[in-house]
Write a protein that binds this ligand. Structure first.
Ligand SMILES: [Zn+2]
Length: 592
């Protein structure tokens, strides 16, 4: 079967991150796409064509417009002028540079984005937008088809749309004025020029190179607790769902077993003794919650192989915690990382897969991610709010996101950003006053609740084992905080993640392909093929906006439900696949 989505992307485009649209779909469990640079002249087009921000020859623009008029569905990121002209829409011209990196406000009248979690004053986009004029003169604000608006400042709507939706002939079109792919990369990885190897190293002036340097001056502190890249990816999904409304596409949900969110607990070995080490694990054991500890070389000396193995058998995970000073070169920190990994592997008999560096040190923009990949690390947890933020989604996402290099190529290293820190919150760090323990617990509950109800993302705090029992620089024992949030996660019914199984599950989910897809009277029947075994995979199918469905009939043994995700209803079923297995999955709704 040809995939139902065709993505037009030009690997030589000067827009180096335009092709990241593919990665955005894969992150959301839509791997059924074909990527091509040129359209073959006799190529039949699938139900959905997505065009990245790229130059299009006139004949391709004309052909895409004819495909739309004949019933096709087209999404274009920052459309070329010849494409809007061919579609009979007002010409798209680049807005002045000063319109770059502003805010997106949803249109309250747009059905496409109804119920989508958003920030009241808008969510930031990155990059330079084009002018998609609704061509309605004085009535621009009530023009049909505007899904979202560009706002120069929070809450201040301009007359330039950010996203528009159009019926043209028998087909549909969605246009993004900015490039959602470039926006996502810049939101998730920050400004290269503010890295240690850029023109403005140590941007916050704290004499330490950290990921937070990359986001200062870019991330609006008022929006730090909103995973902005996640909600914008969900806006893209809403566009895909509207475009494929007559032939809905299944997707694979973010978490195992249809969970609405998940929690990941970890901490760094700094100055811990063996009692601290066992204390952290035993607190988490009471909830069957895995805890990941990043071990400095001296902590590897402290924890012997049998203690490591016993903890590992209970689901706890370990990685290195290298240190080469606060302002190392890329090479210096790589050397310390290699040495820490070598000591680790010699002591425990396996190569570590997860990592956080001491003091969160991060030389270069993506250089240190390359160093991590070089030693076999697959998941990093360095991205944490610093100066001016005090917690939150510094890189706009709570989901594991693969790093992208300067050329837009993805690395096999995921960032799993850390959204709260014991020392960062309880000390007057980052230029902001300390939280009291009560404030820290209360804000943590809010973050967990938002992850479950609104954002469907990973709640990821860190706790150093040492201060759990009190003493040292932090004014309170942190144990009551850790205990409270472990309990709150259980109360909210979200799973605690084992870092390595979480990695494996995400890799396996990306390896699931769609081999057949048929629309049925009230749903779909499709076949899924798994390259690697995967448990408790949830298949979602969007329900029509005014659906009267009351139940789901699905093939999954793990339960069939109607679920609300990001303010919209989906039919869902849970299935498990063995490596190499092909499984027929049916999903249908039952109405009153
Ligand atoms: Zn440390």
């Amino acid at each position: 079967m040809r995939p139902p989505i065709l993505l037009l992307a030009d690997p030589d485009s000067p827009n180096r991150f335009a092709g990241y649209l593919e990665e955005m779909l894969r992150m959301e469990g839509i791997a059924w796409l074909e990527v091509t640079r040129d359209l073959e002249s006799d190529q039949a087009l699938p139900p959905l064509v997505m065009v990245t921000a790229m130059y299009l020859p006139d004949d391709v623009a004309e052909r895409l417009a004819a495909y739309v008029r004949g019933g096709g569905a087209l999404l274009s990121a920052r459309p070329a002028a010849n494409l809007t002209r061919a579609l009979g829409l007002p010409p798209a011209r680049l807005l002045p540079e000063e319109w770059s990196s502003r805010y997106v406000l949803l249109d309250p009248g747009s059905e496409m984005v109804a119920g989508l979690p958003w920030a009241e004053g808008g969510v930031q986009f990155m990059g330079r937008p084009t002018a998609l004029l609704p061509d309605a003169g004085e009535d621009a604000y009530t023009a049909p088809g505007v899904v979202a608006w560009i706002a120069p400042f929070p809450g201040q709507r301009s007359r330039f749309p950010a996203v528009t939706a159009h019926q043209i002939g028998a087909g549909r079109v969605v246009l993004f004025a900015f490039d959602p792919a470039e926006s996502a990369v810049r939101q998730q990885q920050g400004r290269p020029e503010q890295s240690s190897t850029g023109a403005l190293p140590d941007f916050d002036g704290d004499t330490t190179y950290r990921p937070s340097d990359l986001f200062l001056g870019q991330l609006d502190p008022a929006l730090k607790d909103v995973p902005q890249a996640d909600v914008q990816r969900t806006l893209l999904l809403r566009a895909v769902e509207w475009l494929t409304e007559s032939q809905p596409l299944p997707r694979l949900w973010r978490f195992p077993a249809n969970a609405p969110a998940a929690a990941f607990f970890d901490g760094d070995s700094d100055a811990m003794d063996l009692e601290d080490f066992h204390n952290a694990l035993s607190i988490c054991d009471r909830y069957d919650a895995p805890f990941a500890t990043y071990l400095k070389p001296e902590a590897v000396e402290l924890v012997d192989a049998s203690a490591e193995a016993a903890a590992r058998a209970r689901g706890h995970r370990f990685g290195p915690h290298p240190w080469a000073g606060p302002q190392p070169t890329v090479e210096e920190l790589r050397g310390a990382l290699e040495a820490n990994c070598a000591v680790f592997a010699a002591r425990y008999g396996y190569r570590p897969r997860i990592h956080r560096g001491h003091w969160l040190v991060w030389p270069g923009w993506v250089d240190h991610a390359r160093s991590l990949q070089g030693v076999g690390i697959e998941m990093d947890a360095n991205y944490t709010a610093g100066w001016g933020f005090k917690g939150g989604y510094v890189n706009g996402t709570g989901l594991p996101a693969r790093f992208v290099d300067e050329d837009g190529k993805s690395l096999d290293v995921y960032e799993q950003s850390t959204i709260s820190t014991d020392d960062g919150w309880l000390l007057p760090k980052g230029g902001l006053p300390a939280h009291t323990l009560a404030q820290a617990i209360s804000r943590s509950y809010d973050m967990i609740d938002a992850a479950v109800e609104r954002y469907h993302t990973v709640y990821h705090p860190y706790f150093h084992p040492r201060p759990l029992k009190g003493g040292g620089a932090i004014p309170y024992p942190t144990r009551p905080w850790l205990d409270s949030i472990l309990a709150h996660c259980r109360l909210r019914g979200i799973p605690y993640l084992d870092a390595e199984r979480w990695l494996d599950w995400n890799i396996a989910r990306r390896g699931v392909t769609l081999t057949t897809l048929h629309q049925t009277e009230s749903g779909v029947e499709c076949s899924l093929h798994a390259a690697k075994a995967i448990d408790e995979l949830t298949v979602l199918l969007p329900l029509p906006l005014n659906s009267t469905a009351v139940a789901v009939a699905g093939s999954g043994g793990g339960g069939n439900h109607i679920v609300r995700r990001h303010g919209r209803l989906y039919a869902s079923t849970v299935v498990s696949l063995r490596a190499g297995e092909e499984l027929v999955v049916s999903l249908a709704t039952v109405s009153t």
